[in-house]
Design a protein around this ligand. Structure first.
Ligand code: PHE
Ligand code: ZN
Length: 887
């Protein structure tokens, strides 16, 4: 049974707007139960438009009055169909006055104008502005906004909107007002307002041009002790964008506001960024090192949007990756530059690649696969995906790999020179890169138009006599929905060759001059298959392929275990050093998984495992490597990563095999692990810098391994750390080590943790998530946690901390053989959909790859999906995901 299908919007149907908007004046009378909005738009006919029909969009917003050029429009003068309002035969110059009425306190979708903890917030990307007023709500309509806010002064002392505050004052009846003016043209999705009881930390900065700016971080009263890191991150972001891209802050005032109810991470509204509290609030007591790093990245991301997204925006939503892929690339580079060291940079790269492989590769191989620039969508909210963001970032990174850092910068300069103030396409960005670099990047377009993860298979051949070494690269890409066959991509493959000594060999391609040959070079694969011949290679080298993960592909090469161990010990490219270890571990883990599937006893010591543990030993002892890098090496591929390597996924068996390996490593490396815990203490004041965080990370991953041994020594170690912890990183790590064991203090610690942090919602989220992802927690236990007074379905962070964490982060319990996890999932998806379609549609994605699982699980997953599909009145968001999953 299928739900009704909403029509798909097609990229090929793009047409420029018939009317452009020059100015927008908005007046808000804010009241949670009934807010009135008056809009006045000055519009004029677009010479590129198709007709003199004005098209406005509205979504669940009551139209109170509509006037054109001063006269009320009669019901016959316009046509309303669903979410569209058409005014045919409009004059060339038009002033529209539109009055609407809304109920912010009844708005649980968190799109448009809504109330969170008594304060007003807006969220307009992608199509939320139409929940506030009828409007040509599309990104290629850019206008200048003036916003008048009126509200009760005691309940809403702070009134914020985009741009500059030009006037404020009292209205006499206990109400007050503020008038804001944004000097920049912007699309409606970047509009924002905030009103309520908030306080701020502020700082003034001077920019290289001499321009001064006021920076503010706004939070609720009790959170003023948690804003310093966000402020520091903002200042660092501003400095970085000046230094790396020559881009200055263009505003007199730049504000960040934290809100506890938010669908996503944060939003780049012009001059008034609105953030999920999770990505603003931090102090050592409540935030982990990972939180600190995420805050830095997200503050950077939203700030960088000020140029890549706001100054130059998207022509239409199919171009979403134009701003998102580029801005993710920028925030990744920012975070890497903030670390500084080589192996520290590599850790950032590894982290990013892990997300790509664990989330984007599966998406690209499933029913929701779409190109970086999609061709169609039903609900645009469903396309804020890892493909648009993370694969999009990889695509931007490839420009830099192909053109070099300076070449890339020239391309960026040209992009802004050409398009500042415009709404443009991914093609425009590619053209700027190609023109600035003097390169033909026509074939590169396929990274935007073809979905699926390309596979690059490598074959090598060494000719001792001739001293040549051939690398043959062959590419293919599997079919994806709507795209049966694919044409070859333009793939930059960074390679190196290691001599038996472990040193990098100079790389001279046949026909080239041997002088000053580099030791890493980019091979450009553009055909289905190509051979590159290196000369002057005496002994047989070991190839280091796809260094720094130079392209978002799956690379296959038949390394021997010894070669992998050799790369793990010697590769000058830290990414590939790590990668070699992961390949070795993956092999072992897949073999073990097969043993579990075949009900064979897992053999404890195989020669292979020794190769792996021996080299692991060496890496862990290597004090020249950043602690965070060693932590990465010590971390086994996740259960999800392993699932990706299997034709038929059996989650229980993966879990059993991985746990077996963890225990085995804990036993084999026990002394080293204990030493790592001792040597990587970080006494004194907490600092979130990369080195200190790396030490804590390494120490805590070691402690978690040791907890697998489940003996009194390791219990005592975790308990001591829990009792003495002076920061959240150490505290939560110890708590999770305790939970992962039968330590006597385990329940008590969990309860004490709750009581201690009862008033810190972000910490209570961690408390739920920790339990939700514990292999000891089954569906019944999750249901019990849902009855906890602190649980709420309406708050997205809370719903994610328990329900999403369980469904996505506890595979051995979620995929219980009796299907109880799937029935739970269906119930929650349906319940959430009535509250917040964006959240339910996200959770729905959990089962979209049901066809990859073992048959017994598959049929139960299908039942769960069908149960959701058969539910009446599903949101457009949810039905798109469910329909595509079942298609
Ligand atoms: N544009 C936001 C970002 O990437 C994400 C977002 C999308 C937030 C839609 C809210 C709604 O920074
Ligand atoms: Zn973004």
């Amino acid at each position: 049974m299928r739900t009704d299908t909403s029509p798909a919007i097609l990229r090929s149907n793009y047409a420029p707007p018939n009317y452009l908007v020059d100015t927008v004046e908005l007046g808000f009378d804010l009241d949670p139960a009934l807010t009135r909005v008056a809009a006045r738009l000055t519009m004029r006919r677009n010479p590129d438009g198709r007709s003199n029909e004005i098209v406005l969009y509205g979504d669940a917003v009551e139209l109170v009055a509509l006037r054109m050029n001063g006269k009320p429009l009669t019901r016959r003068a316009y046509r309303l169909n669903g979410g569209e309002l058409h005014i045919p035969n409009a004059p060339d110059e038009v002033t529209l006055e539109i009055e609407t009425a809304l109920q912010p306190d009844a708005n649980t979708s968190l799109m448009g104008l809504y109330v969170s903890n008594g304060n007003f917030f807006t969220q307009c990307e992608a199509e939320g502005f139409r929940k506030i007023t009828w409007f040509p709500d599309r990104p290629d309509v850019m206008a200048r906004y003036t916003v008048m806010l009126r509200a009760d002064k005691r309940a809403y002392p702070v009134l914020l909107s985009n741009g500059n505050l030009v006037e404020e004052g009292d209205l006499g009846d206990g109400r007050h007002y503020a008038l804001w003016e944004d000097p920049f043209m912007k699309p409606s999705y970047l509009f924002a307002l905030v009103a309520g009881k908030l306080v701020c930390q502020e700082e003034r900065i001077t920019q290289p041009s001499g321009r001064e700016a006021l920076l503010q971080v706004w939070v609720e009263e009790g959170n003023l002790d948690k804003t310093q890191h966000a402020m520091d991150s903002l200042v660092n972001s501003i400095r970085w964008d000046e230094a790396r891209f020559g881009l200055e802050l263009d505003l007199d005032r730049f504000m960040i506001v934290a809100v506890g109810d938010f669908n996503m991470g944060a939003m780049e509204n012009k001059g008034l960024n609105i953030f999920n509290t999770k990505y603003v609030l931090a102090n050592p007591r409540i935030a982990t090192d990972a939180d600190y790093a995420n805050i830095e990245a997200v503050v950077g991301h939203e700030y960088f949007h000020n140029w890549t997204g706001n100054r130059v925006t998207c022509r239409d939503w199919f171009q979403l990756s134009l701003k998102e892929g580029l801005t993710v690339f920028r925030d990744q580079e920012f975070s890497a530059d903030m670390v500084g060291t080589d192996s520290g940079r590599a850790v950032k790269r590894i982290d990013d690649v892990r997300v790509l492989r664990q989330a984007q590769f599966p998406e690209d191989a499933g029913p929701m696969a779409h190109p970086v620039r999609p061709d169609s969508y039903v609900e645009i909210s469903n396309f804020y995906t890892v493909t648009i963001y993370e694969k999009g970032s990889e695509v931007v990174r490839m420009y830099q790999t192909l053109l070099g850092r300076d070449g890339f910068r020239k391309g960026m300069d040209l992009y802004f020179e050409r398009h500042d103030g415009q709404a443009v396409t991914c093609d425009d960005f590619r053209a700027a890169m190609a023109d600035a670099g003097g390169r033909n990047l026509d074939q590169f377009e396929r990274w935007y138009s073809q979905a699926g993860t390309p596979r690059v298979t490598v074959a090598t051949r060494h000719d001792i006599e001739a001293g040549t070494y051939d690398i043959t690269l062959a590419q293919s890409c599997p079919p994806t929905p709507g795209q049966k066959t694919k044409l070859p991509f333009h793939i930059p493959v960074k390679v190196g060759l290691l001599a038996a000594t472990g040193a990098d060999l100079p790389l001279v391609l046949e026909g080239e001059d041997a002088a000053s040959a580099p030791t890493t070079r980019v091979l450009e694969l553009t055909e289905a298959s190509q051979t590159f011949r290196f000369t002057g290679i005496e002994g047989k080298p070991v190839p280091s392929l796809l260094r720094d993960f130079s392209a978002p592909v799956i690379l296959e090469y038949d390394y021997s275990d010894d070669e992998l161990a050799f790369l793990m010990a010697n590769d000058s490219d830290p990414f590939n050093r790590w990668e070699a270890g992961q390949r070795l571990a993956t092999r072992r883990l897949l073999t073990l998984t097969r043993m579990v599937q075949d009900q064979e006893p897992m053999r404890e010591t195989t020669a292979n495992l020794e190769t792996y543990t021996a080299v692991l030993h060496k890496t862990l002892d290597d004090a020249t490597l950043d602690p965070s890098f060693r932590e990465m090496v010590l971390t086994l591929p996740s259960e999800g990563m392993l699932a990706e390597q299997m034709d038929v996924i059996t989650p229980q068996e993966i879990h059993t095999a991985r746990q077996f390996m963890r225990r085995l490593l804990a036993r084999t490396l026990r002394n080293e692990l204990v030493q790592l815990v001792d040597l990587n203490q970080t006494p004194g004041d907490y600092s979130p810098d990369a080195l200190s965080a790396g030490k804590r990370g390494l120490k805590n991953v070691a402690m978690l391994y040791l907890s697998e041994l489940d003996d009194t020594d390791t219990h005592a170690m975790a308990q001591a750390q829990y009792d003495q912890a002076s920061n959240m990183t150490d505290r939560i790590a110890a708590l999770s080590a305790l939970q992962n064991s039968s330590a006597p203090g385990r329940q008590d610690a969990l309860e004490r943790f709750y009581t201690e942090f009862e008033d810190e919602p972000l910490v209570i989220d961690k408390w739920f998530a920790l339990q939700a992802t514990s292999p000891a927690t089954d569906v019944a236990a999750v249901r019990a946690l849902m009855r906890h007074p602190a649980f709420s379905m309406k708050n997205p962070n809370r719903a994610r901390s328990l329900i999403f964490s369980f469904c996505n982060g506890n595979p051995s319990r979620f995929h219980a053989a009796d299907g109880s996890g799937y029935r739970f999932w269906a119930e929650q998806v349906i319940a959430l959909d009535a509250i917040n379609p964006q959240v339910s549609a996200r959770l729905a994605r959990t089962l979209d790859r049901w066809r990859k699982y073992a048959p017994a699980l598959q049929s139960q997953m299908q039942d769960a999906l069908q149960r959701v599909a058969a539910t009446p009145k599903l949101s457009k968001d949810l039905s798109e995901v469910i329909n595509k999953s079942l298609a």
